[in-house]
Design a protein around this ligand. Structure first.
Ligand code: FAD
Length: 427
């Protein structure tokens, strides 16, 4: 009999618990530990950031759901991991021991690396539902007395999709309110070009997103390193393609949201052999840590090197499709280890993003994540907006009912089939 613990109950940890439950033996114990009592559907946070969703629409109370699936649930935060003792020390003072651990703690948001940045300072956030709810409330006040907007992603950011989503959603909302003409919008990003996305672009994301931004009167600045935020301006330095300083900017705003860089959570930081210098968990091809072979990690908390350095540092996004493949590999590898076998399942690490703009949207699929790729596809249209609504509905239902079926695999296969049929029809 083995005790398997999943630390973190976000998109990755919750799915991990459901898939492990299917594959573990009857006598094995499964515990989920999370510092929040609810699951939040992070992809809907940009909608909460304009008041299109409330917190209760996109969160699910985990205790009853986990109880129904026969999974122990502990709502407590990890203070420190002691991997040499197979023990997690929790904020309550209690310790939990494990035979196998899956770390799924997502990112710590590194707002403190830039002066004046983040909630409680001068800018807003949609990274967590608690932030997005406040942003949605402030958005109402902004619309009553509008001015310039700055949206984007700072140096070291890896998650660019939600920045594009949020800027387009704000544009859509302002047009619906018929006040778009009073609001200059600028997109400021550390990416070397619009549509790079931390992936070197996917298909024609550069041309596609530039064209959409032009169409929506959104100005942009790329290769930007933010130096500080003050109450009503972002101060940043623009670099050229060689990485030389090009121009210092002071751009005024009345409302701003920029994606921060991520790092690993404090409970894991500086544990030698477990994490890299930014606190991301080191994993091998089986999602297993090489130093502590009974520890696996999935989701945003793992270390992935960028494919190619950029003039201003950028990271690699870890999106749902990729996380799902990490979950599935881990759900097969841990039971194999318990049975005395070697791990064999490797994740596929592909990237899919449905970026909703409130009326239409843009989608891309990169298989594998880094170029050169077998599938390098991007598209835009009204179908993406409907696709994102379906994604939210399906995912919330899946978490509520404890279903472990892979979503992305099915969605992508269907979408690619439709594209191929269309191509064949058009000759
Ligand atoms: C705004 C936004 C929108 C996104 N939209 C999309 C999208 O549309 N499609 C897509 O594919 N990807 C999207 N992503 C990327 C990615 O899919 C999400 O970030 C996803 O939530 C990552 O899952 P995760 O399980 O790794 O981390 P999280 O979902 O962040 O989960 C981490 C969990 O660990 C818990 N935790 C943290 N610290 C501790 C601790 N010390 N002790 C115990 N528990 C702890 C947290 O409370 C949380 O429950 C988006 C990301 C953001 C920020």
């Amino acid at each position: 009999m083995a005790h398997v613990v999943v630390l973190g109950a976000g998109l990755g940890g919750t799915l991990q618990a459901y898939e492990l439950k299917e594959n573990l033996g009857k006598d094995d114990r499964l515990t989920v530990i999370s510092d929040k009592p609810y699951f939040q559907f992070t992809p809907s946070n940009p909608w909460a950031g304009v008041g299109w969703r409330k917190k209760e629409d996109i969160t699910i109370d985990l205790a009853p759901v986990m109880a129904r699936r026969g999974i122990e649930f502990l709502c407590d935060g990890a203070r420190r991991l002691h991997p040499g003792e197979n023990r997690i020390e929790l904020h309550s003072g209690r310790s939990v021991e494990y035979d196998y651990l899956v770390i799924a703690t997502g990112p710590e948001l590194a707002f403190d690396e830039i002066e004046g940045f983040g909630p409680g300072q001068y800018t807003h956030s949609v990274c967590q539902v608690e932030h997005a709810t406040v942003s949605g409330e402030r958005w109402e006040a902004f619309c009553a007395d509008p001015g310039p907007i700055v949206v984007g992603a700072v140096q070291g950011a890896s998650c660019f999709g939600p920045a594009y989503e949020y800027v387009m959603i704000l544009d859509t909302d302002l047009r619906r309110r018929k006040i778009r003409n009073q609001v200059p919008i600028t997109f400021v990003t550390s990416e070397p070009y619009v549509g790079h996305l931390g992936l070197g672009g996917v298909g024609d994301t550069k041309g596609m997103l530039e064209s959409i931004m032009r169409d929506r009167d959104i100005q942009w600045v790329t290769n930007a390193r933010v130096d500080r935020f003050t109450a009503d301006a972002v101060h940043f330095t623009e670099f050229d393609e060689e990485g030389q300083e090009k121009k210092a900017h002071e751009l005024p705003f009345k409302y701003s949201m920029m994606l921060p860089a991520f790092r690993g959570i404090p409970a894991l930081r500086d544990i030698e052999g477990l994490v890299n210098p930014r606190g991301f968990v080191i994993t091998d091809e089986f999602q297993r840590n090489p130093t502590y072979p009974n520890i696996f990690a999935i989701g945003v908390c793992i270390a992935i090197a960028p494919p190619k350095p950029t003039p201003v540092p950028t990271g690699v996004p870890k999106t749902g499709f990729m996380i799902e493949s990490m979950v599935t590999a881990t759900a097969h590898n841990i039971p194999r280890l318990i049975r005395g076998q070697d791990p064999v399942e490797e994740p596929t690490w592909n990237a899919l993003c449905l970026a909703d703009f409130g009326d239409r949207g843009a989608a891309f699929l990169a298989m594998p994540q880094n170029p050169p790729r077998n599938v390098n596809w991007s598209s835009e249209g009204r179908w993406v907006h409907w696709g994102k609504l379906a994604f939210e509905w399906y995912f919330m239902r899946k978490i509520r009912n404890g279903v472990s079926e892979p979503f992305y695999e099915k969605f992508i296969m269907n979408r690619l089939k439709i594209s191929k049929l269309k191509e064949a029809k058009n000759g």
